[in-house]
Design a protein around this ligand. Structure first.
Ligand code: ZN
Ligand code: ZN
Length: 161
């Protein structure tokens, strides 16, 4: 099973794509070249980037696209006896049902794709999110969690992590 990982480069913040498979030892940033060790063992139990054990799952679905489909359906409805409205909303529902899930790290927002349906972590929990946001819990490799809620709080306070 090959998992696809995307995360924010701890050095420059640019997005990095990597695959997690046997033999993967690190990811390197295409923008600045910074290398991040990626322990393969930490795929879905823990974040490969920051080591955080708190992950949540959500549908890997493009919400703006869904809303656009619904809007197209509504606008064209009066000219198609509302058939287009029903069709577009139906298409939106079908897309939502078939899309894969993505696992996301609470601490650093790293995303993992490509796992079996139902194998991922639990749904988003705002209480866990707030533990990181308000600095009550930290991932083991905190210095790498540059794109998560903790990093945003530190940026707001004017000090980078
Ligand atoms: Zn970089
Ligand atoms: Zn993480």
């Amino acid at each position: 099973m090959t998992l696809a990982l995307s995360y924010a480069c701890p050095a420059c913040g640019k997005p990095v794509e990597a695959t997690l498979e046997p033999g993967t030892v690190s990811g390197s940033c295409p923008a600045c070249g910074a290398s991040v060790p990626l322990p393969v063992s930490g795929t879905l139990d823990a974040c490969a980037v920051c080591g955080c054990r708190d992950l949540y799952v959500q549908k890997d679905f493009n919400r703006p696209l869904g809303l656009l489909l619904a809007a197209v359906g509504l606008v064209t409805g009066p000219f198609t006896h509302w058939i287009s409205t029903v069709a577009m909303i139906g298409l939106d529902a079908v897309l939502y049902a078939v899309v894969r899930s993505v696992a996301i790290c609470y601490a650093c927002n790293a995303q993992v794709r490509g796992f079996e349906p139902g194998k991922g972590p639990g749904p988003f929990d705002i209480a866990i999110h707030d533990l990181y946001k308000f600095g009550k819990r930290f991932p083991p490799r905190r210095e790498r969690a540059v794109a998560g809620p903790l990093a945003r709080r530190l940026q707001d306070e004017g000090r980078a992590p």
